[in-house]
Design a protein around this ligand. Sequence first.
Ligand code: NAD
Length: 493
Amino acid sequence: MAQSYNVLIGGKWVGSAGGQTREIINPANGRVVALVPQCGREEVDSAVRAAQQAAPAWKAMTMSERSKLLLKLSGAILSRQKELAELETMEHGSPIRKTMNFDVPLCAEQLEYFAGVARGLTGETLPVGPWCASMTVREPLGVVALITPWNFPALMVAWKLGAALVTGNTCVVKPPSITPLTVLKLGELAMEVGIPAGVMNVITGPGETVGEELVKHPGVAKVGFTGDTATGKRIMRIASDSVKQVGLELGGKNAFVVMADADVDSAVEGAVFGAYFNSGQVCAAASRFYIHESLYDEFAEKFVEASKKLKVGDPMDMATVMGPLAYEGHRDKVEGFIARAKKSGAKLLLGGERPDTPETRNGYFVSPTIFGECNTDMELMRDEIFGPVVGLARFKTPEEAVALANQTRYGLSASIWTKDVRAGMAMAGRIEAGTVWINEHLIIFCETPWGGCKESGWGKDLSTMVLEEYTSVKHIYIDLTGQAVKPWYAILK
Ligand code: NAD
């Protein structure tokens, strides 16, 4: 039977005022697994107020005290690793081998990293003159709204939560409508380890209402958003009414460039990882492949063969490496891209249909799909598909490869595959993207900044840079002259 959940406001678990709920569906089999409240303006207001009330005491704590609470939360996540991994696999369809070994431990690691690194946060003293002391201090922003996507339900929250909380902000988290369960569990663990009531609130409901009300709310100082570019643009417009800060981690259409001297076998390994990790539901997924004409046929053949070997199936099975897409509507959207690509002149090399096995029949699965002979005019090479669907195209010269990689409205990431790392470095400097990998695709660390340019957004998550995103700089000036009338007052005398 489906379990009923409540939302977390001011340390209490409550339903929505109107009593409406939403069904949460396991995408591997279409079964309803939970009911969550559909919150509205009333709950948004209560959650923001709870966060406002908790803010002064949380800000007044030392960095060390907040850091220790985050470390406890990190430990609690690890101690409930299996439970959290199973919950996320159930609501999202991500294989259990991934949620157990990647998502959940990384959530814990994110919090551990920010608990440590924030303790090195400093201000500056500014050598203005001997008659004063001039300094900068970093202060929390206040209440921050964290609005996150469904592709890594818990991890996308952890990316922001650690930095936001340790620096003294309180928050209202709005997880995605279709996958809120793991984030509600994080809220429960936060309460268990003693994070004070109101510091972390979690409310569920539609983005168009709960999300937008948070963006509009005068009590919210900043919106940390990860999601679709269209939503990000809308949030930016709405936030401008109150001159609210926004951090935008948006979509991508990431190039994977295989140079003439690349090691084809390692490029194929990287391609499989870059294209199909999380069923391709990754902002940085490798999706536009540009391959030097001399290697194109060999790369295409080996990539197709390697893609055929992936075990697609029941995500609760430790042997499964690719699960379903996260919800039915998204599966339909991805299938729409495939249908149009088939008519576009691109050559279908693999997949293009639903896998048909007893394990996959009732879920929202799409087979690994590769199109060859693509060109940049095709929708397949322009728009973010967010599924296990890629396009391959040929290029002749490095200049052409750079031009093709940059022929996109997005600027999130790209990879270059070459044995000549000096040439790779030169190309990396010319590619318009927040991250460029050489002989790798998709690897991300707590220590490395993450965030795109162009329509992939602005601001950074991860690394010490994100600490700046969740604090504001205050300049404090102390007069040391001891004089009532300073020389510069002469201008009015
Ligand atoms: P989405 O924009 O539909 O939703 C993201 C969040 O915003 C959800 O919580 C949703 O409920 C909320 N939302 C929706 N409409 C809103 C509105 N009008 N006002 C306020 N909030 C609103 O995105 P999605 O489909 O959940 O996620 C997929 C997208 O996220 C892809 O484009 C992907 O590339 C992007 N993404 C980017 C990064 C990155 O780091 N750049 C990481 C992960 C995902």
